[in-house]
Ligand binder design. Structure first.
Ligand code: ADP
Ligand code: MG
Length: 239
């Protein structure tokens, strides 16, 4: 299995490029995508078999390293559309606990952050990354000491900024991938300024995924600040 995984890692970029040449309609099941056995096993054990439309239409771009701005209505499966590329990005980079923060996922509310956190733990169960919730509610001091060892942080904007400002152990220098989830909702909640200031604290050499339920003008403004040359994917309901 180790050898197979090594071989998969060596040829993965080629596999992405080949897959990108095909029509997305050829991807019926998650097993049709070039994914690590670890993620495939996690998907299978959680009964995720077929990608939803937003997942099918974004995952290959996200996997191959492009920035992606994705819009699809609530309930369309945006969580897995971001969780799978996050797991695969760290897997490709052979991330391990001592590498520090590799992925940052920002959610508007504690509840949504908690849901994303659960999905990562469920689908990512065969990976070795540590995942932590940074959402307030507990004492800052408690989060403070744990934060330096976390590979994937799922957070709300205010609490993360607080760590960036006050916690010298908070280090984002090695960040590979940033995800802004439910971006329209975060903007509706008045987080624009905080998001801009968060993003300015992050390394510019990174991948960024931005998901929202709607594509408003504010979402476009935010994507202009956060992403580089993104692929825009919008899933419309059939009339
Ligand atoms: P959104 O973020 O777009 O509002 P979620 O990611 O919360 O949507 O997903 C909505 C529901 O759909 C969840 O219960 C989730 O488990 C389920 N779901 C997501 N993707 C799939 C899939 N590929 N197959 C089956 N169920 C899925
Ligand atoms: Mg969502």
């Amino acid at each position: 299995l180790k050898e197979q995984e090594q071989e998969m890692l060596e040829t993965i970029d080629q596999k992405y490029q080949e897959a990108l040449k095909k029509s997305t309609r050829q991807f019926h099941n998650f097993t049709d995508f070039p994914l690590s056995w670890r993620t495939l096993e996690g998907l299978k054990e959680n009964d995720y078999e077929k990608p939803t439309e937003i997942q099918r239409d974004t995952i290959l771009y996200s996997l191959s390293g492009s920035d992606v701005v994705g819009a699809a209505k609530t309930g369309s499966g945006k969580t897995l559309a971001l969780v799978i590329p996050v797991l695969e990005a760290l897997w490709r980079a052979k991330w391990c606990s001592s590498y520090g923060l590799g992925a940052l996922i920002i959610s508007p509310t504690r509840e949504l952050a908690l849901q994303t956190f659960s999905t990562i733990n469920a689908v990512g169960k065969c990976h070795d990354f540590s995942c932590g919730l940074v959402i307030g509610g507990s004492e800052l001091g408690f989060e403070k000491n744990r934060i330096s060892g976390i590979n994937i942080i799922v957070c709300t904007p205010g609490r993360l900024l607080q760590h960036m400002d006050e916690n010298e152990q908070m280090n984002c220098d090695s960040l590979q991938i940033l995800v802004l989830d439910e971006a329209d909702r975060m903007l509706d909640m008045g987080f624009a300024k905080q998001l801009n200031s968060l993003v300015s604290n992050l390394p510019s050499e990174r991948q960024t995924l931005l998901f929202s339920a709607t594509q408003t003008r504010n979402v476009k403004d935010l994507s202009r600040v956060c992403t580089k040359d993104p692929v825009f994917v919008s899933v419309h309901e059939n009339a």
